[in-house]
Structure formats: C-alpha cells, structure tokens
Write a protein that binds this ligand. Structure first.
Ligand SMILES: Cc1cc2nc3c(=O)[nH]c(=O)nc-3n(C[C@H](O)[C@H](O)[C@H](O)COP(=O)(O)O)c2cc1C
Length: 147
C-alpha cells in the first residue's frame, strides 16, 4: 500500500465555549466552513455536538489531518482540546460525510436517540458497523449522560 492510500484518523474531544444564545448560528457556520474545506482537502469525519462538549473524528491524509487539527485546536469557540486517539486505519468510518453532524437537534445527519444507551440512525439511513463503532467511542469520550 502506498502512502497515498493510507488513511489517518484523529479523534479529539473539546469543551464548547459557544454561548447558548448563538449556538445554532455558530454551529451552522462551523459546519458550512468545515464541509466546504474538508471536501476540497479529501477529509471525512463526524462532529458529535452536545450542549457543552464536542467529539470529532477527522479522516484523511496524515499531513492534511494533522494540519487541520492544529488549526481547529486554535479555534476560540472551544477549549480543553485533547486528542483521544490518532493513527492509521484500513478504511474510513465516515466516507459518506465531509463532516457529519451528530446531535440531538433537528439538523443532525445522525440523530442520537437514547434508546437503551445505543445510537440509532436517521430513518432510512442505517449506520454502517464502522460508523456505529466510532460513534460509540466518541460518545463514551464525552460521557453518554451528556448526550
Ligand atoms: C468544534 C469545531 C470543529 C471544526 N471542524 C472543522 C473541520 O472539520 N474542518 C474545517 O475546515 N474547519 C473546522 N473548524 C473550523 C476551524 O477551526 C477554522 O475556523 C476554519 O477551518 C477556518 O477556515 P477558513 O480558513 O476557510 O476560514 C472547526 C471548528 C470547531 C470549533
């Protein structure tokens, strides 16, 4: 396998500093910018959003993911940014999304329904095993109670 075929995945968690009043607008902006940039950079991933915490998976070329993480970690819309895990993987878990929104709110690509502590997908769009496994891990990182 050549370097170009290797996928790197980085997962971090952070604490949101976005005031409640502007949360929807700010998040919409983050997702707009993220999707546009990520598409151009060949990045895929998911951003799990709760009232106070984020967990994000970034997948792509290692140098690109690392540079993006650097930029994101300096963003003042969150703090306490900490890497949970990073390394090469065989396949992308979120190949369908330039940045999936995972949340309880209406705009979510992957809504979180707390049924027996398990994540359920949007109607008609079942999660793959890879997506489920990653989301479970991301959810555990910021605490299942928060979601
Ligand atoms: C929680 C969080 C997640 C973010 N995720 C991404 C992302 O996946 N891709 C991205 O380009 N920017 C992301 N950003 C925004 C970056 O920090 C930065 O503002 C943006 O990349 C700058 O893009 P621009 O140079 O095109 O304006 C995120 C910001 C936050 C707070």
């Amino acid at each position: 396998m050549s370097d170009a075929d290797t996928t790197f995945r980085l997962i971090y968690r952070s604490h949101s500093t976005i005031p409640k009043e502007s949360r929807q607008t700010v998040l919409a902006n983050i997702f707009d910018v993220a999707r546009s940039n990520n598409k151009k950079a060949g990045i895929t991933g998911a951003l799990l959003v709760t009232d106070h915490w984020f967990a994000q998976a970034l997948e792509g070329d290692e140098a690109t993911v690392t540079a993006l993480y650097q930029r994101i970690s300096e963003d003042t819309r969150h703090d306490q940014v900490a890497i949970v895990e990073s390394g090469t993987v065989d396949v992308r878990a979120f190949s369908r999304w330039s940045m999936a929104q995972v949340s309880k709110s209406g705009r979510a690509d992957i809504p979180l329904h707390d049924v027996g502590g398990r994540i359920h997908s949007a109607a008609g769009r079942p999660l793959t095993a890879g997506e489920s496994a990653m989301l479970k891990q991301m959810r555990n990182v910021i605490g299942a109670d928060a979601v």
